[in-house]
Write a protein that binds this ligand. Structure first.
Ligand SMILES: [Fe+2]
Ligand SMILES: [Fe+2]
Length: 180
């Protein structure tokens, strides 16, 4: 963690608690997005690929749920919102088509990649375990991004707009889940 601390800055412990809080929220939302997509596309040709990604999100979520419990971190108060909004985003993009669902994956996973990269850069040796966990998950989020691209995300109608809106929304969700 940084060694200089200005008045009003979070303490190192608070900073790590915020990280765990927002990552728990994000993995919860990610699982709900894939559940929403599976509700629409689960029986289709992309069902298995969506189930693979949802399964990895479940492992990510279980890991952060465990950290929330063991480190006594207050979970975000917004979990009920992410429960509904995540599923709705997944189902809505899936309803637009398989490629739009993949565009959603690319936008979300790129935002998460940037977010996790920032966290691993900020964590010091005293949090090497947490940093390793985040690095592993970050690699899997990039795998999800690549799956989205391989399955035609960029060919989705209105890809740029869809991508920009979803990525911006994801960044807002990250910012509020760190604090609330
Ligand atoms: Fe994840
Ligand atoms: Fe992911």
């Amino acid at each position: 963690m940084s060694t200089t601390r200005l008045p009003g800055d979070a303490t190192a412990g608070e900073t790590v608690a915020r990280m765990i809080r927002v990552d728990h929220a994000g993995e919860y939302g990610a699982k709900r997005i894939y559940q929403g997509q599976l509700a629409v596309l689960g029986r289709g040709p992309k069902g298995d690929v969506l189930r693979h990604m949802k399964q990895q999100e479940q492992v990510h979520l279980d890991t952060f749920a465990d950290l929330v419990a063991r480190r006594r971190v207050r979970p975000t108060a917004l979990l009920p919102l992410w429960h509904v909004a995540g599923f709705a985003l997944g189902a809505a993009t899936a309803a637009l088509g398989e490629r739009a669902a993949m565009a959603c994956t690319v936008a979300i996973e790129e935002a998460i990649d940037e977010h996790y990269a920032g966290q691993t850069a900020a964590l010091g040796e005293d949090e090497a375990g947490l940093r390793g966990t985040i690095e592993k998950f970050r690699a899997e989020e990039l795998e999800h991004r690549d799956i989205g691209l391989a399955h035609g995300a960029e060919q989705a109608p209105g890809y740029r707009l869809l991508y920009t809106i979803i990525k911006s929304g994801c960044r807002v969700a990250i910012a509020v889940s760190e604090r609330l």
